[in-house]
Design a protein around this ligand. Sequence first.
Ligand SMILES: [Mg+2]
Length: 278
Amino acid sequence: MGEAPAEDSTSPRAARLTSAVLGYRPIVPTGLPPTIRGCLFDMDGVLTRTAVVHAHAWKRMFDDFLSSRAQRSGTPFQPFEDADYQQYVDGRIRADGTRAFLASRGITIPEGEPDDPPSAETVHGLGNRKNAMVLEYIAAHGVGTYTDAVWLLREAHADGLRCAVVSASANTAQVLEVTGLADVIDARIDGVVAQQQALRGKPAPDTFCAGAAALGIEPSNAAVFEDAVSGVAAGHAGGFGLVVGVDRVGGGHGDELRRAGADVVVSDLCRLSEALPP
Ligand SMILES: [Mg+2]
């Protein structure tokens, strides 16, 4: 596990202009087309610096599980890799990610129940074990945010656009409160809501469609902001007005987001207006 996710230290031009010293809202366009009436933000990796926390928790949990399984069966230990995270887990509901990765290794374990303890060797037990690691980390280190995304969210909201968070995380409500973003979020479709309403997780478009419905707008009038391939694919499948791929990691991830159906890929949301056609 690396350093605690610090607050973004680079202050984009737009964020500087909004400083209390100036005392007024500058006219810096978000770049969103006039047909867009609402924004659907993924949380981990778009608004908050929690994607790396999830990635490390998944690796710790699966490596513990795979290593003890290898010891019991006398077979070689094959660790959980970054490619496994990208392909099977990132952006998905916990149980879906757990099931998909285990299937890729030819491992079948009981499904269990959603409230299984973290010690249970079931799909839900392993998911809960990973979640306990995430909560432990957040309690110790807090949650950092991305300044560019927070700027875009607040500007869009101030412009009268409705804004929702659509995340697979079951901890979304707590994270929005901790980061002070809850006051500009009009609707929340998270892992808890998805389970209650039996919505299919990303890459299915269901949770984004539910987000648009909760805002009272059509998908064609909504913009999706996503950093995961599964989430971009969900936005593309749902026929949303604009799918923005947010590349926080580089190294070819932007190309993967484009291949999954992103209309535009940016690493800095303050520069969205430059990336979109006039
Ligand atoms: Mg994400």
